[in-house]
Write a protein that binds this ligand. Structure first.
Ligand code: NAP
Length: 484
């Protein structure tokens, strides 16, 4: 049976929204209508929270062995359905099919990891200050977790949060992005197939017109104990404020403005490969995408030439369902217009277009891979997240200067640098004010390591050993009156 679903998944059942409304999902590669999806109302979201709270009452008592079995079942089903979910993802998000299938594998890796990691949610025995006491801490699931995810990794971000939540013993209410609800609903279908208890996982897509109301509801709803959000800093800030009123825990994975630094000693071929990967995955629409490429004067000309060559040779714009294409469309008109405006602003301030800088002949939501030089701090793309296939190259002279420039942003998610100088590798890694640093490596996100930003890029960690913590409370218990 196919995993395509268009209704809300609440309390283990597929249902239409309470007012019967729907919204359209389109393929960004060609504008074709894919499905009409039920548009959740406040009533539906309240029902989902209630269902999650009821499921939590029983699920919190499961043993870690039982949770491991549930998570690993989901992992297996995701891997078995990689092709089908990859297609759904490619169609609604526009990323190339191979990348989409890779993302399903990435999602499965979090169920693999947290399925094992839940067995290590250790507490502590604390040496007591008095002889008649024993002091311990235990970790407990925090309760119902609300999860809000973006369109750029429709299953990767959802899985990184949901796997940790289920491993911790929490139940979840997931609100996916308007542009990519079908992948989240396919995930719900996988959970149903895995035989999850009713209400443990609920998925309530909604249209952009309703999202602010439903976001406020999730922040205010007393049944929800934690909000885990991935998306823009602007929306994260709103949710943070709303959670403050309810004194609710919040975890924020927000935007980035990644520097990619090329030092004179950098190995050219490896560095160009890294720059292409860090910039052009998902057509530049990733939070850890290179936003500012700083190149040292001694290697500058050779590097820019090799990068342009690499872009010409390896990047192929077109519908992600067609083999060979690796640069899909931008997700929507708003995103395309933002990229166009950033490039226009850079050109107006003196940027040179080495390649691209416009839409390719197929038009639509496609944009040519673009290489800009002579960029400067005055341009909007120095401070704003480009989120498109545009590389902006800056020239620098000294290590001190580039560290200052790299950290000259209120974002702090990912940063990269390439060097052959061993001493410099540790020095610069320590100086970069970022939650994730890649040294001679551009693809650094993996289930085994903690992922999360500094400053306006948010707080909290996903993945790694730390990923469970956000979904757990530490309780201190003092046993007194003991006759030892
Ligand atoms: P976004 O506009 O903030 O949307 C993210 C999610 O929040 C979507 O589900 C969106 O729903 C929802 N949303 C929008 N307004 C809301 C509101 N008032 N209340 C509650 N929810 C609301 O971000 P985006 O454009 O989809 O995603 C791109 C951003 O995410 C970039 O800044 C990127 O860097 C960041 N990101 C960060 C990470 C990380 O791990 N740090 C990973 C991936 C992406 P709608 O779709 O209906 O608007």
């Amino acid at each position: 049976m196919s995993l395509t679903r268009t209704e809300l998944f609440v309390d283990g059942h597929w249902r239409k929204s309470s007012d019967g409304s729907t919204f359209e999902v389109v393929n960004p590669a060609n504008g074709a209508r894919l499905q009409a999806v039920s548009d959740a109302t406040a009533e539906d979201v309240r029902d989902a929270c209630q269902a999650a709270a009821s499921a939590f009452a029983a699920y919190r008592k499961t043993t870690v062995k039982e949770r491991t079995a549930i998570l690993h079942k989901i992992r297996d089903l995701l891997l078995e359905s990689k092709k089908e979910i990859g297609e759904i993802l490619c169609l609604e998000n526009g990323k190339p099919l191979a990348e989409a299938e890779g993302e399903v594998g990435f999602a499965a890796s979090f169920f693999d990891w947290f399925g094992a990691e839940c067995r290590r949610a250790y507490g502590q025995h604390i040496p007591p200050p008095a002889g008649d006491r024993q002091l311990v801490t235990v970790k407990q699931p925090c309760g119902v977790a609300a999860i809000i995810t973006p369109w750029n990794f429709p299953i990767g971000m959802l899985a990184r949060k949901t796997a940790a939540a289920l491993a911790a013993g929490c139940s979840v209410v997931i609100k996916p992005a308007e542009d990519t609800p079908l992948t989240a609903l396919a995930f719900a279908a996988v959970c149903e197939r895995a035989g999850l208890p009713r209400g443990l996982v609920n998925v309530v897509p909604c249209s952009r017109g309703r999202v602010a109301e439903l976001g406020r509801l999730l922040c205010a709803e007393p049944l929800v104990r934690l909000l885990s959000f991935t998306g823009s800093t602007a929306v994260g800030r709103l949710l943070y404020r709303d959670c403050a009123d309810a004194v609710k825990r919040i975890h924020l994975e927000l935007g980035g403005n990644a520097p990619f630094v090329v030092f004179d000693s950098a190995p050219l071929e490896l560095t160009v490969r890294g720059a292409l990967a860090a910039k052009f995955r998902n057509t530049g629409q990733t939070c850890v995408s290179t936003n500012r490429l700083f190149v040292q004067a001694g290697i500058y000309d050779r590097f820019v030439e090799a990068l342009a060559e690499g872009m010409k040779k390896t990047l192929q714009v077109g519908d992600g369902m067609v083999a060979g294409n690796n640069q899909g469309p931008l997700i929507n008109k708003r995103q395309l217009e933002k990229v166009q405006a950033l490039v226009a602003d850079a050109m107006a301030h003196g940027a040179q277009v080495v390649m691209g800088g416009r839409q390719p002949p197929q038009g639509g939501l496609f944009y040519e891979p673009t290489l800009l030089t002579s960029v400067s701090r005055q341009m909007r793309l120095y401070t704003e997240e480009i989120f498109g296939p545009v590389v902006a190259v800056y020239k620098f002279s000294t290590e001190e200067e580039v560290i200052q420039m790299a950290n000259d942003t209120n974002m702090g998610l990912a940063g990269y640098f390439y060097t052959s100088d061993y001493q410099q590798s540790w020095r610069v890694a320590m100086a970069l004010d970022y939650g994730l640093v890649g040294v001679n490596e551009a693809l650094i996100s993996t289930c085994e390591a903690p992922f999360g930003g500094f400053k306006h890029s948010g707080f909290g960690k996903e993945g790694g050993q730390q990923g469970l913590d956000d979904f757990m409370e530490t309780k201190y218990i003092c046993f007194g009156g003991l006759k030892l």
